[in-house]
Design a binder for this molecule. Structure first.
Ligand SMILES: Cc1cc2nc3c(=O)[nH]c(=O)nc-3n(C[C@H](O)[C@H](O)[C@H](O)COP(=O)(O)OP(=O)(O)OC[C@H]3O[C@@H](n4cnc5c(N)ncnc54)[C@H](O)[C@@H]3O)c2cc1C
Length: 435
């Protein structure tokens, strides 16, 4: 008998539990450790922050979902992982042992690395559903008294797509409300150029996103290091390509959303042999930690080296379909190890991303992630908006129904989605949340 534990019940952890379950032998036991009882679909947070989705649209009660599958679910959260002892301390003082562990703890949001950054400071965030709900409340207050907006991603950030997405969603929403003319917008990013995305660009993302920002009168500052934020003012250092200070900006704002740098969660940080200095889990080609080969990791908690040096540090994004491929490889490798065979399955680690702007969007595929690539494709159009709705339904359905959705089903769902929207053109013109 083997005890298999999945630590973290977000996108990666929940999918991992569902994919691992059918690979187990009768005598094995699967436990999922979450932090709270609710799953929420992070990629829909930008829609929450402008009221295009309500909280309940993207939340799932995990107690129910796990119980239906007879997966043991512990919602107390982990205090500390002891990989050398195959043991996890939980926050209620108890302890859980394992034979195999899959870490899927996502990121810790490093707001504290920039004074005044984050929902406890002066900027908003869409990284967690609680933050997105708070950002929506602030957006409602902003609508009564519009002013300048700053959106972007801080130094060390690795998740740039949602920053572009949010800037362009805000632009769409403000135009729909006919108050865009009262709102100067600035995009502030650690990226060396617009459309770098932590991937040194994909296809023509530089031109596509520059042109999108230009067309919508959104100014930008790249190579940006945010020095600090105070009420209504952001201090930003703009660097040259060789890392010198080109200019310091004092940017006024009435509303701001800045994505922070990520690091590994506290329960893992400093675990020798397991994590890198930022607390991300080091894995080999089979998603296994080289020091503790009974420990796997999937999702944002995995350490991936940056594509190359940049004047301001930027990380590499980990996106939904990439996470899914890590999960599939992990489940297959566990199946083999449990039956005395070696691990052989490798994740594709391809970056596939859909950035929705409400009335259009940009999509890209990078295969492999690091250039030069075999597939280096980007495109834009209204279809991306529909595809993003399909993406949300695909994953939400997977979590709710708890099974791998066959590709034909996904295709059918997307087609239905498109047909629904075509038959109701008002849906495209209206907020997505009303579809
Ligand atoms: C705003 C935003 C928008 C995004 N949009 C897209 C998109 O459109 N398309 C795309 O492909 N990707 C997108 N991503 C990237 C990625 O798909 C998501 O971040 C995804 O949620 C990552 O999954 P994960 O499982 O690694 O982390 P998470 O979903 O964050 O899950 C981690 C889980 O671990 C739990 N946890 C942490 N510490 C502990 C502990 N000590 N004990 C127990 N549990 C713990 C957390 O509570 C959380 O539930 C987006 C990311 C962000 C931040």
């Amino acid at each position: 008998m083997a005890e298999i534990v999945v630590l973290g019940a977000g996108l990666g952890g929940t999918l991992a539990a569902f994919e691992i379950l059918p690979t187990l032998r009768k005598e094995d036991r699967l436990t999922v450790i979450g932090q709270g009882r609710t799953f929420h679909f992070v990629p829909s947070n930008p829609w929450i922050a402008v009221g295009w989705r309500d909280r309940q649209d993207i939340e799932v009660d995990l107690d129910n979902v796990m119980a239906r599958r007879r997966i043991r679910f512990v919602s107390t959260g982990a205090e500390r992982l002891h990989p050398a002892e195959n043991r996890i301390d939980l926050t209620d003082g108890s302890s859980l042992g394992y034979d195999y562990l899959v870490i899927a703890t996502g990121p810790e949001l490093a707001f504290d690395e920039v004074p005044g950054l984050g929902p406890d400071g002066f900027t908003h965030s869409i990284c967690h559903i609680d933050h997105a709900v708070k950002a929506k409340e602030a957006f409602d207050r902003f609508l009564a008294k519009p002013g300048p907006i700053i959106v972007g991603a801080a130094q060390g950030a690795s998740c740039f797509g949602p920053a572009y997405e949010f800037a362009l969603i805000l632009d769409t929403e403000l135009r729909r409300r006919r108050i865009r003319d009262q709102v100067p917008m600035t995009f502030v990013t650690a990226e060396p150029y617009i459309g770098h995305l932590g991937l040194d660009g994909v296809g023509d993302t530089k031109s596509l996103l520059e042109s999108e920002l230009r067309n919508r009168h959104i100014k930008w500052i790249t190579n940006a290091r945010i020095l600090g934020v105070e009420a209504g003012s952001m201090s930003v250092e703009e660097l040259t390509d060789d890392g010198q200070i080109r200019r310091t900006h004092a940017l006024p704002f009435a509303y701001s959303m800045i994505l922070p740098a990520f690091r590994g969660v506290a329960a893992l940080r400093g675990a020798e042999g397991l994590v890198n200095p930022r607390g991300f889990v080091v894995v080999d080609a089979y998603q296994r930690n080289p020091t503790f080969p009974n420990v796997f990791a999937v999702g944002v908690c995995v350490a991936i080296a940056p594509t190359g040096p940049t004047p301001v540090p930027v990380g590499v994004p980990k996106t939904g379909f990439m996470i899914e491929s890590m999960v599939t490889a992990t489940a297959e490798n566990l199946r083999c190890l449990l039956r005395g065979r070696p691990a052989h399955s490798q994740a594709t680690w391809n970056a596939v991303c859909l950035a929705d702007f409400g009335d259009g969007g940009v999509a890209f595929v990078a295969q492999p992630q690091i250039p030069p690539r075999n597939v280096n494709w980007s495109s834009k159009g209204r279809w991306v908006h529909w595809a993003k709705i399909g993406f949300e339904r695909y994953f939400m359905n997977k979590i709710r129904v708890g099974r791998k959705q066959p590709f034909y089903e996904k295709l059918l769902l997307d087609q239905l989605n498109i047909r629904l929207i075509k038959s109701r053109p008002d849906v495209v013109a209206a907020p997505v949340g009303q579809d």
